[in-house]
Design a protein around this ligand. Structure first.
Ligand SMILES: Nc1ncnc2c1ncn2[C@@H]1O[C@H](COP(=O)(O)OP(=O)(O)OP(=O)(O)O)[C@@H](O)[C@H]1O
Ligand SMILES: O=P(O)(O)OC[C@H]1O[C@H](OP(=O)(O)OP(=O)(O)O)[C@H](O)[C@@H]1O
Ligand SMILES: O=C(O)c1cccnc1
Length: 511
């Protein structure tokens, strides 16, 4: 289990409207009505072609600790409406005091490559409970997935070089720093400078030293020698405080002293100036002095574009330290994940309900399917108890098909007959998948009836998963400029259900 940063209950970490809606459900006696919500995003971040799912471990921690404490309830009791009277009645607060989550939750494992419109989390349970989870789930999944994706992009350009996350000082607050360090490691960083992330999340911790160390001595050589004497087994010297190449010469002197003592100069760090030119010149000096194994670390407002450019310029950099632009997801500060109601339990037994007749849907099953209309096609939600089937062949991932795992006909269809996937942008484009085609269903059970049934992988296993997932992805999807769109579509029955529902809802609006 992931260690907790906070020991207090986080059940009030939600938007007020979730609690007022919960009150509404309780008051109108619909709190227990079974609902299904899907969490998904609509666009890959950073104009990229993929996203890395991340944040599930913290979601599990949040849910396992869910509960309204006495202090939470006291606060809710103190809340008032426009008339100055209490917002919530006592019976509701008692209900919250005894509330235990009983939801079923399915989710895509952390470290999985995911794409727009695919459910990353599916929550099924009493609507009041599902509703209370909306904001925290989005908060936890959006940010970590964003940072894991940024780190994965950095890893793609850094290739086999070492990648260090240095962002804590520029991160958005304590939790922004903590979760960013975890997600950055998962996405592909090798270590963080954040010591608490090391302790709580088992992320490896690394670091060099700051300019202040050099500035606190009368001269740079003395600063380097003293540092090396104190920590001979961890010497990476920051060489740009005064004159970078002179700093490299001083570092070489310190390296000679270290070698006499049986240690090595692990590295030098460049933090300003032309990093291509300076790294090439520094490498020449180090090599000429026999320090072939001394690494060159670079930092200074780096991101994947600058690293790419530096590599193209032939920079001799082995280790990249990336802070601000990684942990703040500088060029896109949020992933726009949303959480939408997709179905409600059909409580009228047996026969079709009027809702079903309205949708014209031919399956007389357990659900009343729900969707949100919008003028913008991208904002129309997809109904259904969604699952994602990822087909693959020997070359890697082929396509992802979103289907309704509760439609009996569909299940039968999927297991025994070729499945048809419809391109959301052009309904005439269809792909057929043989039932024997290798596949993996992405959503796995995480909570059943409120109990965690998921064996959480270690952060190291999740990090390794990112790399195997990316290796299965076509290089065109991974390129940064105009990436190829990975095929994601709706299974035919789900597509037809969605189309019928849109038509019916539009007719209803026109009348
Ligand atoms: N050869 C290069 N090609 C592309 N970008 C580079 C190159 N060298 C450095 N950069 C990047 O250019 C940006 C500005 O670098 P510069 O050294 O001018 O920074 P600075 O912050 O002004 O310097 P200082 O830290 O001394 O104030 C940084 O993001 C840095 O990573
Ligand atoms: O540049 P980032 O990607 O955010 O990486 C972290 C930065 O933090 C440190 O700088 P410091 O706080 O000392 O400031 P300065 O180097 O900009 O003066 C370090 O020297 C890096 O430059
Ligand atoms: O260890 C480092 O070099 C470091 C740590 C934090 C920020 N910048 C650099």
């Amino acid at each position: 289990m992931t260690n907790k940063l906070y020991d207090t209950s986080l059940s009030l970490l939600t938007d007020l409207y979730q609690i007022t809606m919960a009150y509404g459900y309780w008051k109108s006696k619909t709190a227990e009505k079974e609902a299904v919500f899907n969490l998904y995003f609509r666009k890959n971040p950073f104009n990229g072609g993929f996203t890395i799912a991340c944040g599930l471990a913290n979601v599990i921690g949040y849910i396992e600790n869910f509960g309204f404490s006495k202090k939470d309830l006291r606060y809710l009791r103190s809340m008032t409406g426009n008339d100055g009277k209490p917002l919530f009645e006592e019976g509701f607060l008692e209900y919250l005091a005894n509330l235990k989550l009983t939801c079923d939750i399915e989710a895509v494992p952390e470290g999985t490559v995911v794409f727009p419109n695919e459910p990353l989390v599916r929550v099924r349970g009493p609507i009041l409970q599902c509703q209370l989870l909306e904001t925290p789930l989005l908060n936890l999944i959006n940010f970590e997935s964003l940072i894991a994706t940024k780190a994965a992009r950095l890893r793609l350009v850094a290739d086999t070089d070492t990648l260090l996350e240095f962002g804590l000082r520029r991160a958005q607050g304590v939790d922004g720093g903590m979760t960013a360090s975890r997600a950055a490691y998962i996405g592909g960083c090798d270590a963080t400078s954040n010591v608490l992330a090391g302790k709580l999340y088992d992320v490896p911790v690394r670091g060099t030293h700051a300019h202040s160390w050099v500035m606190s001595f009368d001269d740079e050589q003395q600063a380097f020698d003293t540092y090396a004497s104190v920590l001979p087994n961890n010497v990476t010297l920051l060489v740009d405080t005064y004159d970078t190449l002179q700093g490299v010469r001083h570092a070489i002197e310190t390296g000679r002293m270290l070698e006499k003592r049986g240690y090595k100069l692990a590295g030098i760090r460049l933090d300003s100036g032309d990093l291509a030119y300076l790294s090439i010149e520094a490498r020449k000096l180090l090599d000429a002095a026999g320090f072939h194994e001394t690494a060159i670390v670079a930092s200074n407002d780096l991101d994947e574009t600058i690293i790419n450019s530096l590599k193209q310029q032939g920079a001799k950099i082995n280790i990249w330290g990336v802070g601000t632009k990684l942990v703040t997801a500088f060029d896109q500060p949020a992933l726009g994940g949303v959480y939408k109601l997709a179905a409600l339990r059909n409580e009228s037994s047996g026969a079709e309900t009027s809702d079903h007749r309205e949708t014209g849907h031919r399956v007389t099953d357990h659900w009343v399917y729900k969707m949100k209309l919008s003028e913008q096609a991208i904002k129309i939600s997809t109904p259904g108890i969604q699952q994602v089937r990822r087909y693959r062949d020997e070359r890697g991932f082929m396509a992802d098909m979103i289907f309704d795992s509760d439609m009996n006909e569909t299940d039968h269809h999927l297991t025994n007959k070729p499945a048809t996937m419809i391109d959301p942008l052009d309904f005439t484009k269809r792909r057929r998948f043989d039932p024997k085609q290798a596949y993996e269903d992405l959503l796995v059970p995480v909570f059943q009836n409120g109990t965690c049934v998921y064996a959480l992988p270690t952060v190291h296993e999740v990090r390794a998963r990112v790399q195997t997932q990316l290796a299965s992805l076509h290089s065109g999807v991974k390129r940064f400029v105009n990436p190829h769109t990975y095929p994601v579509g709706l299974e035919k029955n789900l597509h037809e259900l969605k189309t019928e529902l849109i038509m019916k809802l539009r007719e209803g609006v026109e009348q």
